[in-house]
Ligand binder design. Sequence first.
Ligand code: NAD
Ligand code: DAU
Length: 360
Amino acid sequence: MILVTGGAGFIGANFVLDWLAQCEEGVVNLDVLSYAGNMENLATLAEDERHIFIRGDIGNSALVSELLQRYQPRAVVHFAAESHVDRSIHGPETFIQTNIVGTFRLLEAIRFYWYGLDGKPKQDFRFLHVSTDEVYGSLAKGEAAFTETHQYQPNSPYSASKAASDHLARAYHHTYGLPVLTTNCSNNYGSYQFPEKLIPLMIVNALAGKPLPVYGDGQQIRDWLYVKDHCSAIARVLEAGVPGEIYNIGGWNEKPNLEIVNSICGLLDALRPQIFGSYRSLITFVADRPGHDRRYAIDASKIEGELGWKPVETFETGIRKTVQWYLDNSSWVENVQSGAYLAWVATHYQGRVDEDSVVR
Ligand code: NAD
Ligand code: DAU
C-alpha cells in the first residue's frame, strides 16, 4: 500500500491512474476535494478495490495518524497543495495553510508513524515530496537551467509556500532521519488539468470562442512536460531515489507562452475548424501577472544519469494528445465549469480582457 495526498487533482489523479494500471499495489488517496480536486478524474477506479479514497485534509493530524496506523503504507507521495500562482496573488492565506502548515502537520504524523516501524519496513519507508521549479525563481535569457543546487529565490506567494515546504521536508530528513525524497518539476500539461492554467484555459476558451488572454508580451518562457512523464519520473524516484536527495524533473522543452498558444490554435484549426477563421484571431494581450517570472528551465541531467529516467513524449506529441483529450471530454469540461469556476474567471480576468477587442 502507498498513501497519496492530493490524488484527485490534476497530477495526483494521473499518478494514481497510471500506478494502478501498471502495478498491483493499492493506493490510499487522501484529498480534501478543494475546487481543484475532482472525483470524476478517478471515475474509472470506482469498482477497483485497490483504490481507497478518503476525503480529508492533510492538516488534520488525527485523521492522517489514523490512516497511517490503519493502512501501514510503505510510502507517502505528497501532491496535495494549492497550486495556482494567480490565486496565490489574489489570496495567499490558503497557500500558507495547506502548503506550509498542512505539509508540516503531515510530516509530523509521518515522523511518529515512521518512528514506530521496525527493521525493513522502517528502512524501506519513503516520503516523496512533490515540488516545483518555481522555488528557484526566474532565469535570465541565456542563463544555465536550474540544477538541484540552484539558489532558492521564490517570487510568488505560491512558490514561497512551496519553498517553505521543501525546507521542512529537507529538515525532517536532516534532523530526524526521515527518508525524504524531493522532486522539483517544471510546468505540466495533459488530461484532467483544471482550466485555470494556461494550456487548458486556452483550449477551453478557444472552443467557446472567447478571448485567449496572454499576459504581457507573451514572451515568458516555461519548460513543458507531459503529465504522464512527470508521473513516471515520480515512480522512478520512489523506486530508486536516494533518501535526502533532490531530483529535478523536466523534458528540455522551453517555449514562450505565445508559441504555446499559437500551437494550440493551429491544432484546433485542423481538428475543429471554425467559420470565423483561425482561433489565432482570439489571442488578446492583457495586463501582466504581478511579479511574473520571466523564464524557467530544468536541467534534468541528474535524474536521467542516476536513475535512467527519460520522458516519452515530445511537446508536439504531448500537446496533440492533450488537445484531443479536451475535445473528447467536453462533459468533463462542462462539469468543472461550476459557479466557483465562473466566479474565479470573472474576478481574475475582469478589466484585463476587453471582449470587444477580439477580432473574429
Ligand atoms: P491541483 O491544484 O490540480 O491539485 C491539488 C490537489 O490537492 C486537489 O485535488 C486538491 O483537492 C488537493 N488538496 C488541496 N488542499 C488539500 C488539503 N489541505 N488536504 C488534502 N488535499 C488537498 O495541483 P496539481 O497541478 O496536480 O499539482 C500537484 C502537486 O504538484 C502540487 O504540490 C504542485 O505544487 C506540484 N507541481 C505542479 C506542477 C504543475 O505544472 N501543475 C508542476 C510542478 C509541481
Ligand atoms: O513551473 C511549475 C509550475 O507551473 C507549478 O508549480 C504550478 O503549480 C503551475 O500552476 C505552473 O505555474 P505557472 O504560473 O507557470 O502556470 P500557469 O499555467 O498559470 O501559467 C503559465 C504561463 O502562462 C505563465 O507565464 C503565465 C501565463 N498565462 C497564464 C494564464 C492562466 C497567461 O499568459 N495567461 C493566462 O490566462
